[in-house]
Write a protein that binds this ligand. Sequence first.
Ligand code: ZN
Length: 308
Amino acid sequence: MPQRHSSSRFLLIIFLMAGAAALYSGCSQPEEPVFDGESAFRFLTDQCDMGPRYPGSREHRRLRKYLVERLREFGANVSAQSFEAALTTGDTLHLANIIANYNTGGDRRILLGAHYDTRPYADRDPDPANREKPILGANDGASGVAVLLEIARLLGGSEPPVGVDLVFFDGEDYGREGVQQDYILGSSYFASQMSDYNPEAVIIVDMIGEKDVRIDKERFSAEYSGQLLEKIFSIADSLGVEQFRDEKGSYILDDHIPFIKRGIPAVVLIDFDYPWWHTLEDTPDKCSAASLDAVGRVLIRYIWRSGS
Ligand SMILES: [Zn+2]
C-alpha cells in the first residue's frame, strides 16, 4: 500500500464499490446445483449391467466409450490419455485415463478422481473356485465413477466457480496382493505427465457406495493433506452428513498417493470396511443411492465453497 487514505468519504466510496462488486458477482455466478443420489445410482447400475470391466476386456472398452459419450453429452471438454503400463509379471497393459474439464478458463483447479477399472480376480472370495474370476465392482469401481458422472451432469448445467477436472483413472486395481507396483497405474501415469498442471486439491472417491457407508479419515490423507481433509469433513458436518466420521482410518494405497508424492494436497474418501471387497458379491444390492448422495453433496458444496 503506497499511502494511507484517512478520509471517511474515501472509505465510504470503497465500501460502496465493494458492495456493488459483490452483488454483481452474486448475480453472475451459477447457483450451487443439487446432487441427485438416484441419478448417480443409475450410473452405478449402468456400469454393472455391462459386467466386469477389467483392463483388456470388451466391457472395459465399452465403459470407456460410455464415459466419453456421457461426458460429452454433459458439456465437458473430454480427452483420453492413453498409455502402456509394464507390469512386474512381464505383461503390458494398454490403458487410458478419461479426463473431463469444466470451466476450462479457471486458473484455480480442483481434480476429482475415481478409478473405472474393476479387479480381474475375486481373490478375497470365500470360495477358492471363484478367486480367478473377475468381480462386478459395484462398490469397488462403479460407485466412485457414479458420483463423478452425476457431478459432470450438474456441472454441464451450472458452470462451477473454479476449474474442475474429473479424471477417471484406469488400472487402479490390477495388481496381485502385495505387489504394490502393479496398482494405481493410471494415477501414477497421470501424475508423471502433469508438468505445469497444478491443481490446488485432489479428491479421490473409491468404495463409497455401500448402504451403511462410513467414511473416516484415511491416514495418508490425514498426515500429508490434513487441511484439505479437515475442510471436507467440516463441510460434511455443516451439511449434517453423518456418513463422514471424525475417526482415524487406516493407511490405504489409492489414487491419491502419486499426487501426495508430488507435494499436491490429495485425499481419498473411502470406506474400506466392506465385507464383499474383492469377492463376486460386490454387487449393486450392497449399495444405495443415499450413500452416493452423501458423498456427492459434500463434493458439490466443496466446489462451490472453493469459489467464494
Ligand atoms: Zn479394489
